[in-house]
Design a protein. Structure first.
Length: 69
């Protein structure tokens, strides 16, 4: 059970990091550097919050499933 959660969190973290790098590369090369930095800062808040919500809902779902059995 813990192994599945760990793999899901690792995959989500890798995906989030890749998205951040792609977005940063795109926006920092453009003329709107301030806009790119603001967008990057927004992603630095959104991605961890989404990861936490995903992990918490996964854990709660697993706990509810194991309790029903």
């Amino acid at each position: 059970m813990g192994n599945v959660i760990s793999r899901n969190a690792d995959a989500a973290g890798l995906l989030g990091t890749t998205m951040l790098l792609v977005l940063a590369g795109r926006h920092l090369r453009s003329r709107h550097v301030i806009r790119g930095v603001l967008l990057l800062a927004c992603w630095l808040v959104v991605v961890p919050v989404a990861l936490v919500v995903f992990v918490v809902t996964s854990v709660v779902g697993l706990l509810l499933r194991t309790r029903r059995r």
